[in-house]
Write a protein that binds this ligand. Structure first.
Ligand SMILES: [Zn+2]
Length: 295
């Protein structure tokens, strides 16, 4: 390639286009073995995919920031810009300082970091604050849900930096709506599996009432059992607030609604209950009952 063409090609690149080319592997980084200055430990020369050098450009190996360090003058002489821009970049490189991550960091977990004493103390205080403020048991810090939540926040932070929590978290109403959507998804999946099993009359259910210790609210639950691929499966199909009186009539209504929803026979689906007289009465009229005695 002639010098003129080289100059033409060089001028086609911009720092942004070149960085994208590196990210998409349309340009590759190559160590500058002749580079004596310190910044060449972090910066790389750039080649196109045919192995031809992209003249005058260097790229940060961490964040792919591209900098021109030399160019060709009109008369063909090479003009060096020096390495000051690269040295300056080393001090401010966002990947190295952890303020923003290169694209590789998004997929790979960064190995363990050594935190300062102040940072450790801040994390401990935040954990204590969570427990006291929300009235949670100490064991919550080992809860897999909390830990995956915290990891999700770190992942978002590693991509977008120190952003405000208000820009990330959803409010209680949205979370409630999503929970309801998820619940419907699960119920549909249970319905689908139960439907296959019910053709062979291999579905049974159990139902019970619980009252929470603090508010004394009652909840009725409905668990269904079915056979899939010769394996016994079970799932809690529904657990809902039950403000009505716990009469046999009301419980029977709850059970009939669930049997209907699952497309199961109201009279021919076996049921397992405890000895609760209301539940026994609710199911005795129609269904086969296996009484499970729990003392
Ligand atoms: Zn960099």
């Amino acid at each position: 390639m002639s010098d003129e063409n080289q100059e033409l090609v060089r001028s086609l690149w911009t720092a942004d286009i070149l960085r994208d080319a590196i990210r998409t592997r349309n340009a590759v980084l190559k160590e500058n073995v002749e580079g004596k200055v310190d910044c060449w430990r972090k910066f790389r020369l750039i080649e196109n995919t045919d192995g031809e050098p992209i003249f005058g450009w260097a790229a940060c190996a961490d964040c792919y920031c591209c900098i021109v360090y030399k160019c060709k003058a009109g008369n063909g002489t090479v003009k060096l810009y020096g390495t000051k821009n690269m040295t300056d970049h080393m001090k401010t490189c966002v990947s190295a300082s952890g303020r923003q991550s290169s694209i590789d960091v998004f997929v790979k977990r960064v190995p363990g970091k050594k935190f300062t004493n102040t940072e450790r103390a801040a994390v401990k205080n935040a954990e204590i604050h969570l427990i006291v403020e929300a009235g949670l048991p100490f064991a919550v810090v080992e809860n897999s849900g909390l830990r995956s939540f915290a990891q999700q926040m770190i992942l978002i932070g590693s991509k977008y930096g120190n952003i405000n929590v208000d820009d990330v978290l959803y409010g209680p109403k949205t979370v409630r709506d999503v929970v309801v959507d998820k619940m419907k998804e699960c119920q549909d999946e249970i319905k689908r599996q139960v439907a296959t099993s019910s053709k062979f009359h291999s579905v049974s259910f159990c139902s019970d009432m619980t009252t929470d210790d603090v508010n004394k609210n009652s909840y009725s639950d409905f668990t269904v059992f079915w056979v899939n691929n010769w394996q016994l499966k079970h799932a809690l199909y529904k657990c809902e607030y039950f403000p009505e009186k716990h009469t046999a009539h009301n419980i029977q209504k709850f059970i009939d609604i669930n049997l209907n929803e699952l497309g199961l026979s109201l009279v021919d689906t076996p049921c397992t209950t405890d000895k609760g007289s209301n539940i026994v009465a609710a199911t005795a009229a129609k269904t086969h009952i296996d009484v499970l005695v729990i003392d």
